[in-house]
Design a protein around this ligand. Structure first.
Ligand code: ADP
Ligand code: MG
Ligand code: MG
Length: 872
């Protein structure tokens, strides 16, 4: 049987999201629930994939089925495309599996031409409406299908308004709109070189193609990469008969949430705009009314809507984000989805749903997107400083958080300044989807126009970026890059602070403080800990980092990079003496100076970890990273060593390597200079003995981690030195102390020979930064230069340094575990690359049987939640 490419809304349901896209599946589900949905059909995501396979063409089979479904739709609605009596008008809407608000294209009022527009004008007695629909259609079709560009049409509208001396679109008359439609068509002909298409079926195929094509537009590609949505999914297309919110003052269009998407509070929230269509309500063309006000003006439709909200919440058991239209006082539902929300709201809603008996604890944990937590862990304004400050203005608290930075006026400037290391706040009249990269590069976003559902608000919430929208008090002069607020003129580069919770705007810098895990956050994390089996450790090099990580729930240190402890001035001097020594005696003398520093650092780390495991990695980077480059420093070193400047320079140049990341580093240093490993071992063991003495109730059990091994004999050579040194220290102290010696698996050969390596190691820890680099043969410091081309060419969808490559690198990890565990049943295994805090990578680590992940302190809660989700 031929493939089924098209489904009526009445043939689908919410479980068919993969095939029908989120929007299509939910339109079908609402149809099944008996809600008032204008009927239509959905062309599947598979048809989109097929379109790309066929070289961006819709093949005959799919076109044939679309034509069949047009006939079915005509029967259901009793209207016909292009009909002189009762014409069918439709919207053509994109809808991917995961919602991508505003990223792809939609066309409304399709099916209009000169004949049809006259028919509907006559039959409705509402010529203004008819021509408004037609000019909108030409505008959208030209923009989306023919890519003529919105701005030409907007300029024509502005000119018309100026000619007529009116402010608002709704003040334009039927004749004005008819005139505009004619101007639009002329514009179209000039730009495209053809007449605007009159045949509704031709219009429809063009529109469907355009929606498929919009899957591959640049802003959709960026959004997908940020949100982990695979390119291969494709978008479905929904063809739906129109409901008209622009027929007059007893019509309108709205968007609403069943709970507050900023705080999670259980109350109907939203906006409604009279005599309007489609995006008008979010685009900020006029200021919409709050949803509550709809109750007075549209009592029946409002009552129906409240009932629909209840039905949908109970049905989906989650907060809903809905689009609806009122045509001649009657309600039509156009969309519902589980609403996007701030991290704070997500926690509140999940807890409330458990308390309301709608969800289990496990389900509540599964509802939270771990990546979202990031925002809650970032600094908030210092409460005292905030209280003392007087706001310069106030907008809507559209996306919570505290942002402080220099004012910039364009998305491009935001990107540029951010690249220079500046913190910026992007200030715009309103944002548009093209601004997305600039929004990402900003600490916060401030807009003059727009409500809680404006583009800026929705996108900022999705990104977890602080946003204040709709501050009408700002007198904006975008062209000259300045604005005035509360009597003060702000220029590019001036400091401003914005509070995304209250909507307050402050002149200058308000200091920030660190966040804590409490309230609903604490509750959810408690549930997460109850259900997860994977342990979460942290990468910490300083006691301060370790303490922070403990507060955030770390159960140990998985990686302490000791080289970070050598960078202080006194230490680096001693370290340089060590590197530039000619004899073992000279080198040991220099190391003696470093030993107490290291020991002190380790003691502080053990203290901070309160008896939880601490993994200390021995010196890893190549030595040349430590040698002096300034003449002064070289001279100082020469004096300290009793050598000439020339001698020191010769030593330094002898350390030069062509490819240092594959050079003299890691345990190779311990092979050539065993003194270094000995010194580090002494520091680790002495520190452990001291701290253990102070705290009887703790078990201080150091884990010494040897980096970069590739061979069992090589590892044994270094390990024997470590063990001999450690045992001698313990014997000399006359105490008992357990310790472990393990290695990092970060060279493919180590994974391939893990059965041999496991005989020499108490534990493995996957250093997936190096393992990724060495498996791909990409230098992690240089890959950024060419990876963009890989994304553009769809060779890669993700940065393998950010999201673990499960296919290749993951296979090496699995192999190492499978080879290692049978040889050494006590072997424990962790990961300490950047991937340890990436949710999808954490899930993979759970699956392949790791004991723990280790990540930077602020990622610890994210990893705890991701680990729980992997286990549920
Ligand atoms: P997005 O996914 O970007 O929200 P939509 O497909 O939802 O795009 O459509 C954009 C706007 O057009 C929405 O405000 C929606 O409510 C409106 N719209 C879509 N289809 C119809 C329709 N059949 N009748 C009336 N309005 C519609
Ligand atoms: Mg929508
Ligand atoms: Mg490494």
């Amino acid at each position: 049987m031929a493939n089924k490419w098209v489904y009526l809304f009445s043939e689908g349901n919410a479980n068919m999201r993969e095939l029908l896209g989120g929007k299509g599946a939910n339109l079908a589900e609402m149809t099944g629930l008996g809600l008032p949905v204008p009927q239509g059909f959905t062309i599947t995501t598979e048809a989109c994939t097929q379109y790309y396979e066929d070289g961006r063409e819709i093949n005959d089979e799919i076109q044939g089925q679309i034509n069949e479904y047009i006939v079915k739709m005509e029967e259901i609605t009793g209207k016909k495309f292009g009909d002189k009596e009762n014409p069918l008008l439709v919207s053509v809407r994109s809808g991917a599996r995961a919602s991508m608000p505003g990223m792809m294209d939609t066309i409304l009022n399709l099916g209009l031409n000169e004949t049809v527009v006259n028919t509907i004008a006559e039959k409705s007695g509402n010529a203004r409406w008819a021509w408004d629909c037609y000019r909108r259609f030409i505008q959208m079709y030209s923009d989306v299908v023919m890519e003529v560009g919105k701005k030409y049409f907007e300029e024509l509208i502005d000119k018309m308004k100026a000619d007529r001396g009116v402010q608002q679109d709704v003040e334009l008359t039927a004749d004005d709109l008819k005139e505009l439609a004619a101007q639009f068509k002329a514009e179209y002909k000039e730009k495209i070189g053809e007449d605007f298409p009159d045949d509704p079926k031709e219009q429809l195929m063009g529109a469907i193609k355009a929606v498929f094509r919009s899957w591959d537009n640049p802003r959709a590609n960026v959004y997908r990469r940020d949100n982990d949505i695979p390119y291969s999914w494709g978008t479905a297309v929904n063809v739906q008969s129109m409901a008209f919110g622009n027929m007059g003052d007893d019509c309108g269009t709205g968007v609403a949430f069943t709970r507050d998407p900023a705080t999670g509070e259980k109350k109907l929230m939203g906006e409604f705009l009279k005599n309007a269509q489609g995006e008008d309500v979010v685009a900020g063309v006029r200021t919409p009314m709050p949803i509550a006000q709809m109750e007075q003006e549209f009592p029946e439709a409002f009552a129906d809507f409240v009932k629909v909200c209840e039905t949908l919440e109970n049905h989906y058991r989650d907060m809903q984000d809905m689009e609806f239209t009122v045509e001649n006082r009657k309600l039509y539902m156009l969309q519902t989805r589980n609403g996007k929300r701030t991290a704070q709201a997500a926690l509140q809603i999940a807890c409330d749903l458990v308390d309301e008996g709608m969800r289990t604890e496990e389900e509540a944990v599964a509802m939270i997107d771990p990546r979202n937590l990031d925002t809650l862990l970032h600094p908030q304004f210092d409460a005292a400083a905030l209280k003392a400050a007087t706001p310069a203005g106030k907008g809507l608290g559209a996306s919570p958080g505290a942002a402080c930075g220099k004012v910039v006026f364009t998305a491009d400037d935001a990107v540029e300044w951010n690249a220079k290391g500046e913190k910026v706040v992007l200030v715009r009249l309103e944002t548009s989807p093209e601004d997305i990269t600039g929004m990402k590069a900003s600490q916060g976003i401030l807009t003059v126009r727009g409500g809680m559902t404006s583009h800026a608000a929705v996108v900022a919430r999705g990104m977890g970026t602080c946003c204040v929208s709709g501050c009408g008090d700002i007198a904006m002069d975008e062209a000259n890059k300045k604005f005035t607020l509360a009597g003060k003129e702000y220029h590019e580069g001036d400091y401003i602070s914005i509070d995304g919770s209250t909507g307050n705007i402050y002149d200058g810098i308000i200091p920030t403080v660190d966040a804590t895990i409490a309230g609903t956050f604490g509750r959810i994390m408690g549930w997460a800990d109850k259900y997860r089996t994977l342990k979460v450790r942290t990468n910490a090099d300083t006691p301060a980092d370790a303490k922070k990580a403990r507060e955030l729930g770390a159960e140990g240190i998985g990686l302490c990079r000791t080289e970070h402890m050598f960078f202080e001035e006194d230490r680096i001097a001693a370290f340089r003496e060590m590197i530039c020594s000619d004899t073992v005696e000279e080198r040991e003398a220099a190391l003696e100076k470093i030993l107490p520093y290291q020991q002190g650092d380790f003691e502080a780390l053990y203290e901070a970890l309160e008896g939880n495991p601490v993994t200390i990695r021995f010196l890893d980077p190549p030595l040349h990273e430590f040698v002096p480059t300034e003449e002064d420093d070289i001279k100082k070193l020469a004096d300290a060593q009793g050598k000439t400047v020339e001698e020191i320079k010769t030593i330094i140049s002898s350390l030069h390597e062509f490819n240092p990341m594959m050079g003299h580093r890691g345990l190779r240093l311990a092979v050539t200079y065993p003194e270094i490993a000995k010194m580090q071992t002494k520091a680790v063991i002495r520190a452990a003995i001291n701290v253990q003495k102070k705290h009887n109730d703790w078990t201080v059990k150091p884990e010494i981690m040897i980096p970069l091994s590739c061979d069992a004999k090589e590892l044994k050579y270094v390990k024997d030195i470590v063990v001999a040194t450690a045992d001698a220290e313990i014997a000399a102290a006359g105490v008992e102390l357990e310790y472990q010696v393990g290695t990092m698996i970060e060279i493919p050969r180590a994974a391939l020979t893990a059965d041999e390596i496991a005989k020499q190691a108490d534990f493995f820890c996957f250093g997936t930064n190096d393992l990724t680099q060495m498996t791909y043969g990409f230098s992690r410091d240089d890959a950024g230069k060419f990876l963009d081309a890989y994304y553009d060419a769809k060779i890669f969808e993700n940065d393998p340094f950010a999201k673990l490559d499960q296919v290749g690198v993951g296979k090496l990890m699995e192999m190492a575990i499978k080879l290692g565990k049978p040889v050494n049943p006590n072997l424990h295994v962790g990961i300490c690359g950047e991937h340890g805090g990436d949710p999808s990578s954490v899930e993979f680590c759970h699956k392949i049987g790791l004991d723990y992940v280790s990540c930077s302190p602020f990622r610890v809660p994210i990893a705890r939640l991701a680990a729980a989700q992997a286990a549920i």
